[in-house]
Design a protein around this ligand. Structure first.
Ligand code: 6PG
Length: 252
C-alpha cells in the first residue's frame, strides 16, 4: 500500500501534529474554495486532537466555514456515552464558535438502515447528488483487528460500491453501526490515520507487511483515488514495523 508515515514520540505529539495538519488544511481549503469539509472518527485516539482543536478560536481556524461530518456512528442516542457525535461534541463542537448548521451528524438513534439512508440524503444535499462526496480531510483510526471507520475484516461491507453509507452489525461487539463506504472514504482529498499505543503494534505490522490490499486489513483498502494518505504513528505503536518499510515511506 502507498502511504506516507510520520513517526512521533507519544500520543500528545500525534494529536499536536494532527491539529497542525487540520489547521493548515482548513485555512488552505477556505482560501481556495470558501469551505473546509472534514469527516471525523470516533474512538479514543482522536480525542486529544479534538480537545486541542476545541481550544482554538475563529482566528486560528475558520470555524464558520468548517463543515463537520462523521466517518461512522454507533446506533445509539446522540447523548449516549458510546456516541461518536457525543465524543466530538464534548471535546470540540461545544467549545468553538461553529454554527449548528455546519454539523452533519449521523443519526445513530434511528433504525440502522433508515439512519444510513438519511445520512446518504444529507451527504447528497450538501455535496450534490451527482458523483461522490469529496471531503477535504478524513480522520481515521485503526482497531486492534485492523478495522477502520466501521469497516471490519472480511465483512461484506467492504464490497459495497454503490451506497455512500451503510448499516453494519459487528457480531463480536454486539454493536450496530452506520459507516461511510470505501468509495466515499477513498474519494477524499486527504486522509489522516492516527495510531497510538502498544496495543496497535501488532496490527500495524500486519497492515504494512502485507504488500497487497487485503480484506483482512480494511485499513489497507484505504487508498485515495486522487488524494493522499498520511499515518501519524507514535513510538509504542511503531515498535514492530520493519525498518525498510518505515524508512521508505517516512516523511517525519
Ligand atoms: C469507532 C471508530 C473506529 C475507531 C477504531 C480505533 O467508531 O470506534 O470510528 O474505527 O477509529 O476503533 O479506536 P480507538 O481510537 O479507540 O483505538
Amino acid at each position: 500500500m502507498t502511504a506516507e508515515l510520520c513517526f512521533l514520540p507519544d500520543p500528545e505529539a500525534v494529536s499536536l501534529k494532527a491539529a497542525l495538519i487540520f489547521t493548515a488544511q482548513a485555512i488552505k481549503a477556505v482560501a481556495s474554495k470558501g469551505r473546509f469539509t472534514v469527516a471525523v472518527s470516533g474512538g479514543s485516539t482522536p480525542l486529544g486532537l479534538y480537545r486541542l482543536l476545541g481550544a482554538t478560536s475563529k482566528k486560528d481556524i475558520p470555524w464558520d466555514r468548517t463543515y463537520i461530518f462523521w466517518v461512522d456512528e454507533r446506533c445509539v442516542a446522540p447523548d449516549h456515552q458510546d456516541s461518536n457525535y457525543e465524543g466530538v461534541y464534548g471535546a470540540l463542537i461545544s467549545r468553538v464558535d461553529i454554527p449548528a448548521a455546519n454539523i452533519h451528524r449521523i443519526k445513530g438513534e434511528m433504525p440502522p438502515e433508515a439512519g444510513a439512508r438519511e445520512y446518504e440524503e444529507e451527504l447528497k444535499r450538501y455535496f450534490g447528488s451527482t458523483g461522490l462526496p469529496v471531503f477535504d480531510l478524513v480522520i481515521l483510526g485503526v482497531g486492534e483487528d485492523g478495522h477502520t471507520a466501521s469497516l471490519f475484516p472480511n465483512d461484506p461491507s467492504l464490497a459495497e460500491r454503490e451506497r455512500l453509507a451503510i448499516p453494519v452489525y459487528v457480531k463480536r461487539m454486539h454493536s450496530r453501526r452506520i459507516t461511510l463506504t470505501l468509495p466515499v472514504l477513498n474519494n477524499a482529498l486527504s486522509i489522516l490515520f492516527l495510531v497510538t499505543g502498544s496495543k496497535k503494534a501488532g496490527i500495524l505490522k500486519g497492515i504494512f507487511d502485507s504488500r497487497e490490499k487485503s480484506q483482512k486489513f480494511p485499513s489497507s483498502l484505504i487508498q485515495p483515488v486522487h488524494g493522499e494518505v498520511t499515518w501519524l504513528i507514535d513510538t509504542e505503536a511503531a515498535v514492530k514495523l520493519r525498518a525498510d518499510v518505515s524508512e521508505k515511506r517516512r516523511i517525519c
